[in-house]
Design a protein around this ligand. Sequence first.
Ligand SMILES: C[S@@+](CC[C@H](N)C(=O)[O-])C[C@H]1O[C@@H](n2cnc3c(N)ncnc32)[C@H](O)[C@@H]1O
Length: 205
Amino acid sequence: MKKNKFSKNWIIQQKRDIFYKQSKIQGYRSRSAFKLIEINKKFKFIKSKSHLLDLGAFPGGWSQVASKLITAGKILSVDIKEMNKLEKVTFMKGNIDDGNFCKKIHKYFDKKIDVVISDMAANTTGNKSLDSHRSGQLCINAMNLAKEILKKDGVFLSKTFMGSSFFEVQENAKKYFEKVALYKPLASKSESKELYIFCRGISIL
Ligand SMILES: C[S@@+](CC[C@H](N)C(=O)[O-])C[C@H]1O[C@@H](n2cnc3c(N)ncnc32)[C@H](O)[C@@H]1O
């Protein structure tokens, strides 16, 4: 469909651009920052003393949001890509599918933590169902790490996708956590299969 000033697509795209423009104005490294800001406004889970792990952190928008909210807790950000330094944030480069790397994450905190956030997404191949399946698997891996490292009342927030892994993601979440909610923030593109799963309270200890 041709996009003109009156088409629905045009209006939607303009709204989307607001987040991009705001990220530039406010100095965020990604428009994704606004997703975390909105989700945290809703669930109020990042506290000034939180110890927080940010999975798939590059380029660092979510870590920036966390570092503004956390004044007396530790923030560890990880990604397979190198990330530019951020004040109050420790960065470790590695793949969370690698068990040895996960041991390093545990060692860094050396105790159970309050929050695990994951915005991980697999590199796109062009095959949408394969891409959403691979990204769903990343969510499952992040959840497995989260249930080991989180305190009893800890919070796990992760990007997930409406795809072949979605059922497994939801089932695992219900098994491991006391409260589970799905949320699609405004900054998440409406045509994207992406949504966020919010889990609070470990139920298997
Ligand atoms: C959408 S980006 C994250 C954006 C980030 N939350 C922000 O606000 O700037 C997804 C990231 O997940 C990372 N990623 C994908 N698979 C990963 C894995 N197995 N381990 C660690 N990071 C991974 C990618 O390298 C990519 O940088």
